[in-house]
Structure formats: C-alpha cells, structure tokens
Design a protein around this ligand. Sequence first.
Ligand code: ZN
Length: 641
Amino acid sequence: MYCLFNFLCLIQTKPTTMKKAKLFILLAGLLLVTFISNAQPYKNFKVAVYCRAYEVDRMSDPEWLNTVWDELSKGVHVDKIYLETHRDLLIVSDETLEKAKKFFTDHGVKVGGGITYTINESNNFQTFCYSKPEDRQKVKEIAEHTAKHFDEFILDDFFFTSCKCDLCIAAKGDKSWTDYRLELMKGAASDLVINPAKAINPNVKVIIKYPNWYEHFQGLGFNLEAEPKLFDGLYTGTETRDRSGNQHLQQYLGYAVFRYFENLKPGKNFGGWVDTGGSNPLDRYAEQLWLTLFAKAPEITLFDIRQMNSPFRANSRSEWQGTGTSFDFDEMKKPLEQPDGSMFTPTKFSRVAGYSLEVVDKVLGSLGNPVGIKSYKPYHSVGEDFLQNYFGMIGIPIDIVPEFPENEPVVLLTETASFDPEIVTKIKKQLQSGRNVVVTSGFYKAMQGKGIENIVELRVTDRKASIKEFAAGFGQTTSIDKEILIPQINYLTNDSWEIISARDDTNGWPILHSADYSTGKFFVWTIPDNFIDLYILPENVLNRLRQTVAGNLPVNMEGPGEVSLFVYDNNSFVVESFLDKEVTVRILLGKEFNKITNVETNETTEGTSRPAFGFGNRRTGNDAVVFEVTLKPHSFKAFTY
Ligand SMILES: [Zn+2]
C-alpha cells in the first residue's frame, strides 16, 4: 500500500504526460503482481494444514471436499495435508483415507497421517488408560491402521495419560504419578506406537507433537528425556492464544518453546503448530505465526481445515488498525484476482493465515540462526512456571536448554534448575572459569540449605515488600504507578552488593544482587510475586537487568517491557512490540557498526556513539552505538547491520 501511495503522490507532482503514462504502466504492473501473487509457495517455510478425523471422515463426499479445498487453497498456499485417522474413538475407514490421499496428491499436495489419542476430547480431553489391556490394544491397532496408509504420521498433543482409574492406582504403587507415568508412556511409545507401526510399514516415520504446556509434561507422562530419542522427529505446539485465557501463556512462549524443543533433538523439530483459538483481535493470530517462524520453524501447521474454513469476524479488527501496523486487516481482506480472471473475496481464516504468512516471509530470508541467553531446564523439572517467557517479553532473548551449557559467558537459572542434584558444582565450575551465573530469587530459595551458601550467604525470607520505587545505581530513583510485591532478601554487608534496589520510604531490598566467587560473578535477581509485574518495571531498571543478563549478545535493547528482541548469528535481528500503543526502543550494537537497514523497506538508520558509563571504580555497560526504532502496536521490524 505504501508503494501505491507513493506512486500516486509522484503522479501528482510530476506534470509531463510521458512520465504520467510510464507511471501508470508501472502502477498497473504493480497491481497485477499484487493480485496474482496470492497462494504462491512461500520462500522460507512450508505450510501444512491438519485435518481432524471428523473432517477426514467427511472427505468420502467429493463435493464437500472440493468446496472446502477451493476456499482453502485460494486463501493460503498449502504444501502438505495431515489426514487424521483417529480421534475420540472415530476411526476413519481405509477407503476414505485412500480417497482423501488421492485427492490431495492429485492436487500436488503432500500427505501425512495424524493420530489423536483421545477417548473423548469433550470430557476434559479424556485420554487412553495405558494400564488397561483393552486400551493398550486399541492404541496399538490405531498405530498399525495409520502406518498402513502413510509413510509419516504425527501424534497430536494427547500422547499422555491423565487416567487415575483403580488399575492405574494399583500399578503406580508407591511411585509418584510423575515417575509412574514417565515410565509408562516411554514404554507405550515403543511398544504400542513406534514398533507396531514400523512392523507394518518399515519406512514409516513417527513424529511426536508436543503441546505448549511443557513445564507440566512430566506429571502426565510426556517424557522429554527418553521420547525424542525414540521418535523420528518432534513437532511443536506454538499457540499461546489469549494470555488472559485459561493457560495464561505469554506471547513469547511461541518462540521459546520451538527453540527449546529444537534443543531436545537438534535438526529434527519439524515444525510449529498454531490454531485459531483466542484470536481476537486478529493481530494476535498473526503474531503467533510470526513468532513460530522467527524461531526458524521449517514448517507451520495450521490447525485445522475446519478452523481455516470458518469466517473471521469484522469485530476482530483492532482499534489500532489503519495506522500502518504489521498486520493490516483491510489489506488482508482485499479481493484477490484468480488465474481464471474471477475475483476471490476473503471471508475465512485461511486468508488471515495466508496474508500473515506473506507478511513474515518478506523478512525471514535475511535472518540466520537464532541466538539467546541459555537458561538450563533439567529434564522433568518444574518451578517458577514458564518464567523464561516473561524474560523474553522484556527483551531478553532466551534459549532454554536441557543440559547445563558449557562455555557460555552467562547462564540463567530459574527455580526449575534446582531439580539438578549437581547444580551447585556446575555453578562453581562456571564461576571458576571466569564466567557469570544469574539466578532468580526462586532458585536461591529452593536451594537454601542445599549448598548454595557455598557461593554466597543470603536469605530469601518469607517476608514480602510492597514497593514502587527503585534505584538502579548512581543515585537515580525511578518509580512506577502501581505497587508490586517482592520477596525480601537479606545479605551480609560487604560480602555482596545491591546493584538495583527497591525502596519503600526509608527501607529497601535488592532487586539485582551481586556476589564475587573466584573469577566469576554470581547475580541474584528478585522476581516479583506476580511475574507480569516485570513488564511494568521502570526502563532504567529493565535496561540494567538486560545489560547484566544479556549484555554479551551482539544486539541489546533498551526501553519498556512487552517488546521482544530476536537475535540471529548473521548480523540481523527483529524487534516486536506486544503493546497496544506505539513505542520507541533503543537498539545497542558494538561500536564498529554505524547503521542498521530495515530488511523490508531497505531504509537505513544511523546510530550515535555512547561510551560506557563509569563512576569511580564502578562501570556499567559497554561502548555502544545506539539506534532508535519506533514500532506500531503489535508490530515488528527486522534489520541487518
Ligand atoms: Zn487407568
């Protein structure tokens, strides 16, 4: 639209007829390109659409299938279709599966299989009982039935168990539910799904798709230690929907969870997966697709063919539309000319997906491999649930890893890392090699009395402080509108030091605390009782936290919360705002860089030099070149430098 607008302006300001004619030819050409570019393959990823057993079953009706495909394929380019063979005890017949497969392969679309191991989704997602012989037999038969028809199939979200029947209670014995279910489902993966499927079809690849609630997996038997080795590949549920909804997942999770699962089986996390739930306003739906692809997912699965063919609502147009945001509602619903000359007017979600993917495809080719601060989450651990995603929301690029990372300048540990019995030894080794460790107050509290005092003697007490004033060094005091609750940490004077303080009148407590150990530095970060209070911390506090945790990355950001930074290994980065209003952030690069280039528009921005700030023997930050970037609500910009 900007190009069109510029052309019209040019026409008005250049009077000669010759020039006008040339410009009109250019303009007509541009319009043509805009229209016929619809539903073309994407350059940087593949698109798959998942079909539940209910809809696959209807594919025995060719008329229904034709109509649905026609609408879908006009809105979004589809490379692959997953045809589900079972859900809620509905098993699709051999005949219907073969018919559906033929339809899609005839249309040049790849096909894969899918299984949802639910007995009744509408009854709290009732799963199979893996202690009961009849259920185990059924699970096996479904895997065999699917392997007969496909060389690849994917397990959707539900290969876990929530069963607490008397058989399960007896079989569990004295074990915890977590231990019982982890062993049970590891066995079920091999004995009931993978091995029976491969006995029927030796070429079949079996892929497990994990949902978004990774923090709680172990309790229901998703075994992230054993299963990635057993399955041929992984797939990632990257949907976060509305964070006020029942899961309360922060937007950044869509990126972080894909990277985490990639780290479980490098090169074998085959894609991300988003449904249309909680997509009001529609910008929220687009954001989920973008975040998945910023994580460099090679494929995106749109769930599902029924949702893609449901209409989007006019009231899903957000109040910030019309201001030039990344998701442009009016642009999305423009009629598209088809190869036969007819016009297609988008009314369905398929076009919301298709348009949003076109937007992000323009920048992905410039982005290398994602990099972030390594945060160690041991297998089957839980604590300060999903906290890393809140860090991502305040501009700290996160990379969750299942092993304690070696050779990282900074390692970030939340309470979940306290599950590793060797954690203190690992921290000491990191510090004695001259590197840093940042831990949260929740981690320190969980480790009290378990050897962490060997590093520094603090007490994370049960007392709370309600605070709104902060001092982030060198005498500056800033405050926020709302009081927030933090745990009170006590320390030994002159043994360790407050870097950032919270104040209440004449009293105060550390927000960021620092202790020396050997040649390394050990930081304790006080986490507010309500994690979202991180988002409203004053900018100077957030900047100091970002500098401490992520200052070693090639790109840093300064500004308010709810703006995320995505950093890549090829001198490129993305900034994305989740705020409802326009925001300006500062990007900090090394002093050798003096300009950044917007990947989409090719516009360049010059930076200004800023030396590190020193006071006596205290010094903060690095010499940097600073660039201002302004973002519209719920919008992103990608840059190279
Ligand atoms: Zn049971």
